[in-house]
Design a protein around this ligand. Structure first.
Ligand code: NAD
Ligand code: ZN
Length: 360
């Protein structure tokens, strides 16, 4: 038996207002005046001086506002890398991603692709990255995905939606400032928060579970229930808790795996462009058979927060379209094996997946 030797984020700051330390943290990492820091910032913060005034640009530093309307793609990563190389004489001193999972994943992928040849699509998979990425920093502004702590960056490529999973992917530095999440719209708060809840459910109920994953998963699961079921506490306390839940949920799956909801949600994402958080919710709502207790809790949380999920998104699909989604879902073998054990193929057939997708 070989044991996973798991890399982790090497430095982390936590606390409300800690984002103000960004410049101080970066200063010693500047390689030279020609090697800029490149900031990839969610364009929801365009014109938001409260946040942007704390990013101090010096020398050739550059701030790029990026839309999170679409999930990151391999071609978008390649274009960003090309743009950075063309615009600057030296390799950057660092890449700083400020936003949700979309922007964090982009930052990780760009940092990797600045030091590795070819295109981002060549590295979708496990342990294909050869050279260490350049210094990269993650600053989440919405909580739930665990992208701030994970060793993957999920990209939609020409052939598949799959992460660049590598020891070089995790951030070198993360700043966890829950105050940055204060203006997240309610629906999005729920969808991304449920991503965390579902990470915990899939990890805790999976066959890959071990004491490491369990200890993080149980903590994050309890925090999610405190936030989304009980809701006792100030808005600030809830933001703090959800940011830690996201981190712990990410740590839990780091040493195990996700399961049925994620496999099927990737199918929806790849073919219909349904985003990760809401896609997981749409799928999870129909998974009583696999996760009965937690789907009941999820439905209760939906009710408490008045969330109405889209219905009938697969109603008009053709056989070919269902088959594309089923292929994507079935391709995620480790997820199924974690969820259902080594004999998962006896339980999950194409017909079974079709029936489930038809309900969504
Ligand atoms: P997101 O980054 O797509 O953002 C969702 C929406 O929230 C966007 O409209 C964004 O502009 C907005 N937003 C973000 N912060 C805000 C703020 N402070 N105030 C107001 N609006 C704000 O959402 P997400 O759910 O965090 O990320 C989803 C992405 O994460 C997907 O691409 C998914 O594949 C990826 N993901 C990655 C991992 C990983 O381990 N790498 C894990 C899970 C999901
Ligand atoms: Zn997820």
């Amino acid at each position: 038996m070989t044991y996973k030797n798991h890399p982790m984020v090497s430095r982390v700051v936590f606390g409300r207002g800690s984002f103000s330390q960004l410049s101080d943290i970066l200063a010693p990492k500047r390689l030279n005046v020609k090697a800029p820091f490149i900031y990839l910032v969610d364009d929801v913060f365009k014109g938001n001086a409260w946040l942007t005034s704390r990013i101090s640009l010096a020398y050739e530093d550059q701030l790029l506002f990026i839309s999170a309307d679409k999930e990151p793609s391999t071609s978008q990563v390649d274009e960003l890398v090309e743009q950075i190389i063309l615009n600057h004489k030296d390799h950057p001193s660092g890449i700083i991603g400020i936003g949700g999972g979309t922007i964090l994943d982009l930052a990780k992928a760009v940092a990797i692709m600045l030091t590795n040849e070819g295109g981002a699509k060549d590295y979708q998979g496990w342990d294909l990255v050869k050279s260490p990425a350049i210094y990269h920093v993650g600053v989440p502004t919405i909580s739930g995905t665990g992208a701030e702590v994970s060793r993957t960056t999920v990209l939609t490529g020409p052939d598949r939606k799959l992460g660049i999973n590598s020891d070089f992917t995790p951030f070198d530095q993360v700043i966890l400032d829950p105050e940055l999440t204060k203006d997240v719209p309610k629906d999005q708060w729920f969808y991304t928060g449920m991503d965390c809840f579902i990470h915990c459910v899939e990890s805790l109920n999976g066959t890959y579970l071990n004491a490491f994953s369990q200890s993080y998963g149980e903590k994050a699961y309890d925090l999610c229930k405190e936030i989304f079921m009980d809701g006792n506490g100030s808005a600030e306390e809830m933001q703090d808790k959800l940011m830690m839940a996201s981190w712990h949920g990410g740590m839990s799956i780091a040493y195990s795996q996700v399961g049925v909801a994620h496999a099927m949600s990737y199918g929806l994402g790849y073919h219909l462009g349904v985003k990760h958080g809401i896609g997981n919710c749409i799928v999870f709502d129909h998974l009583e058979e696999f996760y009965p207790k937690d789907v009941a809790i999820f439905k209760e949380m939906k009710k408490i927060h008045g969330i109405n999920l889209p219905q009938g998104i697969c109603a008009q699909l053709t056989d070919d379209e269902f088959n594309i989604m089923i292929d994507v879902a079935l391709g995620l073998e480790p997820l199924w094996e974690n969820a259902l054990g080594k004999k998962w193929k006896q339980i999950i057939t194409r017909e079974k997946l079709r029936t489930l997708y038809e309900k969504m």
